[in-house]
Write a new protein. Structure first.
Ligand code: 3AM
Length: 214
Protein backbone atom coordinates (compact mmCIF):
# COMPACT_ATOMS: atom_id res chain seq x y z
CA UNK A 1 0.00 0.00 0.00
CA UNK A 2 1.16 3.54 -0.75
CA UNK A 3 1.25 5.36 2.57
CA UNK A 4 2.01 8.71 4.12
CA UNK A 5 1.75 10.32 7.56
CA UNK A 6 -0.14 13.61 7.75
CA UNK A 7 -2.18 16.05 9.75
CA UNK A 8 -5.78 16.28 8.58
CA UNK A 9 -7.34 19.75 8.47
CA UNK A 10 -10.58 20.74 10.20
CA UNK A 11 -13.51 21.42 7.92
CA UNK A 12 -13.60 25.19 8.48
CA UNK A 13 -9.89 25.42 7.59
CA UNK A 14 -10.47 23.40 4.41
CA UNK A 15 -13.37 25.71 3.62
CA UNK A 16 -11.16 28.77 3.98
CA UNK A 17 -8.55 27.10 1.75
CA UNK A 18 -11.19 26.65 -0.94
CA UNK A 19 -11.07 30.45 -1.37
CA UNK A 20 -7.53 29.99 -2.74
CA UNK A 21 -8.63 27.45 -5.32
CA UNK A 22 -9.37 29.65 -8.29
CA UNK A 23 -7.63 32.16 -10.51
CA UNK A 24 -5.27 29.87 -12.39
CA UNK A 25 -6.79 28.91 -15.73
CA UNK A 26 -6.68 25.17 -16.39
CA UNK A 27 -5.47 24.25 -12.88
CA UNK A 28 -6.91 21.12 -11.30
CA UNK A 29 -7.36 21.94 -7.61
CA UNK A 30 -7.03 19.45 -4.78
CA UNK A 31 -10.52 18.78 -3.43
CA UNK A 32 -11.09 20.18 0.09
CA UNK A 33 -11.60 16.71 1.60
CA UNK A 34 -8.13 15.67 0.35
CA UNK A 35 -6.28 18.65 1.81
CA UNK A 36 -3.73 17.81 4.51
CA UNK A 37 -0.27 18.64 5.84
CA UNK A 38 2.10 15.78 5.05
CA UNK A 39 4.49 14.91 7.87
CA UNK A 40 6.25 12.07 6.04
CA UNK A 41 5.77 10.32 2.70
CA UNK A 42 6.42 6.58 3.20
CA UNK A 43 5.86 5.13 -0.29
CA UNK A 44 4.75 1.61 -1.13
CA UNK A 45 4.92 -0.62 1.97
CA UNK A 46 4.16 -4.30 2.53
CA UNK A 47 1.62 -5.29 5.21
CA UNK A 48 4.49 -6.22 7.53
CA UNK A 49 6.26 -2.87 7.01
CA UNK A 50 2.99 -1.05 7.59
CA UNK A 51 2.50 -2.90 10.89
CA UNK A 52 6.03 -1.97 11.99
CA UNK A 53 5.55 1.71 11.09
CA UNK A 54 2.14 1.69 12.77
CA UNK A 55 3.63 0.31 16.01
CA UNK A 56 6.44 2.88 15.94
CA UNK A 57 4.01 5.76 15.30
CA UNK A 58 1.71 4.54 18.07
CA UNK A 59 4.67 4.82 20.47
CA UNK A 60 5.14 8.55 19.84
CA UNK A 61 4.53 10.76 22.86
CA UNK A 62 4.09 14.40 21.87
CA UNK A 63 1.77 17.17 23.01
CA UNK A 64 -1.12 18.82 21.22
CA UNK A 65 -0.45 22.23 19.74
CA UNK A 66 -2.09 25.05 17.84
CA UNK A 67 -1.38 25.64 14.18
CA UNK A 68 -2.48 28.10 11.52
CA UNK A 69 -1.87 28.67 7.84
CA UNK A 70 -0.34 31.74 6.26
CA UNK A 71 0.44 32.83 2.72
CA UNK A 72 0.95 30.82 -0.44
CA UNK A 73 4.07 29.53 -2.16
CA UNK A 74 5.30 27.08 -4.76
CA UNK A 75 7.78 24.26 -5.33
CA UNK A 76 9.73 24.38 -8.58
CA UNK A 77 9.88 27.17 -11.11
CA UNK A 78 8.89 27.89 -14.70
CA UNK A 79 8.42 24.63 -16.61
CA UNK A 80 9.44 22.73 -13.48
CA UNK A 81 6.69 24.27 -11.36
CA UNK A 82 5.56 21.24 -9.31
CA UNK A 83 3.00 22.53 -6.87
CA UNK A 84 1.32 25.58 -5.40
CA UNK A 85 0.58 25.44 -1.70
CA UNK A 86 -0.65 27.30 1.36
CA UNK A 87 2.05 27.87 3.97
CA UNK A 88 2.02 26.84 7.63
CA UNK A 89 3.02 29.32 10.34
CA UNK A 90 6.26 28.53 12.14
CA UNK A 91 5.46 26.25 15.03
CA UNK A 92 8.27 24.50 16.94
CA UNK A 93 5.84 21.84 18.25
CA UNK A 94 5.07 20.84 14.64
CA UNK A 95 8.77 20.47 13.83
CA UNK A 96 9.15 18.48 17.04
CA UNK A 97 6.33 16.13 16.01
CA UNK A 98 7.84 15.84 12.53
CA UNK A 99 11.21 14.84 14.05
CA UNK A 100 9.52 12.23 16.21
CA UNK A 101 7.68 10.80 13.21
CA UNK A 102 10.94 10.73 11.23
CA UNK A 103 12.79 8.85 14.00
CA UNK A 104 9.89 6.43 14.45
CA UNK A 105 9.80 5.69 10.72
CA UNK A 106 13.57 5.15 10.56
CA UNK A 107 13.47 3.00 13.71
CA UNK A 108 10.86 0.83 12.02
CA UNK A 109 13.34 0.13 9.20
CA UNK A 110 12.67 2.69 6.43
CA UNK A 111 15.39 4.86 4.88
CA UNK A 112 15.76 8.39 6.30
CA UNK A 113 14.25 11.34 4.45
CA UNK A 114 16.96 13.46 2.83
CA UNK A 115 14.93 16.56 2.05
CA UNK A 116 14.42 19.32 4.56
CA UNK A 117 10.88 19.33 5.89
CA UNK A 118 8.80 22.24 4.69
CA UNK A 119 5.22 21.95 5.94
CA UNK A 120 2.55 23.02 3.45
CA UNK A 121 -0.91 22.24 2.11
CA UNK A 122 -0.80 21.40 -1.60
CA UNK A 123 -3.53 23.23 -3.51
CA UNK A 124 -2.70 22.29 -7.09
CA UNK A 125 0.01 20.65 -9.19
CA UNK A 126 -0.16 22.95 -12.18
CA UNK A 127 0.78 22.09 -15.72
CA UNK A 128 1.92 24.86 -18.01
CA UNK A 129 0.95 27.81 -15.79
CA UNK A 130 2.41 30.97 -17.38
CA UNK A 131 4.84 32.74 -15.01
CA UNK A 132 2.89 36.05 -14.96
CA UNK A 133 -0.29 34.18 -14.00
CA UNK A 134 1.54 32.46 -11.15
CA UNK A 135 2.96 35.76 -9.93
CA UNK A 136 -0.47 37.34 -10.06
CA UNK A 137 -1.89 34.45 -8.07
CA UNK A 138 0.86 34.56 -5.42
CA UNK A 139 0.51 38.33 -5.01
CA UNK A 140 -3.28 38.11 -4.73
CA UNK A 141 -3.10 35.56 -1.89
CA UNK A 142 0.05 36.57 -0.02
CA UNK A 143 -2.04 37.85 2.90
CA UNK A 144 -4.03 34.66 3.29
CA UNK A 145 -4.32 33.64 6.96
CA UNK A 146 -6.39 30.90 8.54
CA UNK A 147 -7.80 30.79 12.05
CA UNK A 148 -5.65 28.71 14.42
CA UNK A 149 -6.85 25.21 15.28
CA UNK A 150 -5.76 22.61 17.78
CA UNK A 151 -3.83 19.64 16.37
CA UNK A 152 -5.00 16.79 18.59
CA UNK A 153 -3.85 13.80 16.49
CA UNK A 154 -1.98 12.78 13.35
CA UNK A 155 -2.86 10.02 10.93
CA UNK A 156 -1.52 7.34 8.63
CA UNK A 157 -3.10 7.63 5.17
CA UNK A 158 -3.16 5.35 2.18
CA UNK A 159 -3.14 6.84 -1.28
CA UNK A 160 -4.73 5.29 -4.36
CA UNK A 161 -4.12 6.74 -7.76
CA UNK A 162 -7.40 7.16 -9.63
CA UNK A 163 -8.21 8.87 -12.92
CA UNK A 164 -9.67 11.88 -11.07
CA UNK A 165 -6.51 12.24 -8.94
CA UNK A 166 -5.20 10.56 -5.78
CA UNK A 167 -7.75 9.26 -3.28
CA UNK A 168 -6.61 9.35 0.34
CA UNK A 169 -7.98 7.17 3.13
CA UNK A 170 -7.23 7.54 6.81
CA UNK A 171 -5.96 4.12 7.98
CA UNK A 172 -4.84 4.87 11.55
CA UNK A 173 -5.05 7.77 13.97
CA UNK A 174 -2.53 8.63 16.73
CA UNK A 175 -3.60 10.88 19.59
CA UNK A 176 -1.40 13.68 20.80
CA UNK A 177 -1.31 14.22 24.55
CA UNK A 178 -2.81 16.81 26.77
CA UNK A 179 -0.24 18.00 29.27
CA UNK A 180 2.58 15.66 28.23
CA UNK A 181 5.78 17.25 29.41
CA UNK A 182 7.66 18.41 26.35
CA UNK A 183 10.39 20.31 28.19
CA UNK A 184 11.33 23.92 27.65
CA UNK A 185 11.60 25.41 24.18
CA UNK A 186 15.27 26.25 23.61
CA UNK A 187 15.88 29.09 21.09
CA UNK A 188 19.43 27.91 20.32
CA UNK A 189 18.42 24.30 19.74
CA UNK A 190 15.28 25.47 17.90
CA UNK A 191 13.64 22.51 19.57
CA UNK A 192 12.44 21.36 22.94
CA UNK A 193 14.90 20.37 25.59
CA UNK A 194 12.71 17.41 26.05
CA UNK A 195 11.84 14.74 28.52
CA UNK A 196 12.88 11.40 26.99
CA UNK A 197 10.28 9.01 25.63
CA UNK A 198 9.06 6.63 28.34
CA UNK A 199 10.02 9.23 30.91
CA UNK A 200 6.73 11.08 30.78
CA UNK A 201 5.18 11.74 34.13
CA UNK A 202 3.24 8.44 34.57
CA UNK A 203 6.09 6.21 33.39
CA UNK A 204 8.84 7.97 35.26
CA UNK A 205 7.13 8.00 38.64
CA UNK A 206 5.73 4.51 38.18
CA UNK A 207 9.29 3.28 37.56
CA UNK A 208 10.67 5.23 40.48
CA UNK A 209 8.01 3.71 42.71
CA UNK A 210 8.80 0.23 41.48
CA UNK A 211 12.51 0.61 42.12
CA UNK A 212 11.83 1.91 45.60
CA UNK A 213 9.52 -0.96 46.52
CA UNK A 214 11.10 -3.70 44.43
O1 3AM B 1 1.49 16.96 0.98
P1 3AM B 1 1.66 16.89 -0.47
O2 3AM B 1 0.36 16.84 -1.23
O3 3AM B 1 2.59 17.90 -0.99
O4 3AM B 1 3.33 14.95 -3.15
C1 3AM B 1 2.80 13.90 -2.38
C2 3AM B 1 1.87 14.37 -1.31
O5 3AM B 1 2.43 15.52 -0.71
C3 3AM B 1 3.91 13.29 -1.57
O6 3AM B 1 3.25 12.63 -0.51
C4 3AM B 1 2.00 13.27 -0.26
C5 3AM B 1 0.90 12.26 -0.28
O7 3AM B 1 0.89 11.62 -1.52
N1 3AM B 1 4.71 12.36 -2.35
C6 3AM B 1 4.29 11.54 -3.32
N2 3AM B 1 5.34 10.85 -3.82
C7 3AM B 1 6.44 11.26 -3.14
C8 3AM B 1 7.81 10.92 -3.17
N3 3AM B 1 8.28 10.00 -4.02
C9 3AM B 1 6.02 12.23 -2.20
N4 3AM B 1 6.88 12.83 -1.36
C10 3AM B 1 8.17 12.49 -1.44
N5 3AM B 1 8.63 11.55 -2.30
Amino acid sequence: MRLFVALPLPEDIRRSLASLCSGLPGARWVSPESMHITLRFLGELSGREMDDVDAALAGIRAPRFNLSLAGVGHFGNGRQLRSIWAGVTREPALMHLHDKVESAVVRSGLAPERQKYQPHVTLTRPKGTPVPKLQEYLAAHSLFRSEPWEVAYFSLYSSFLASEGAIYREERRYELGRGWPIGEYDEDLDDFDEVEEGEEAGGRWAEADESRHG
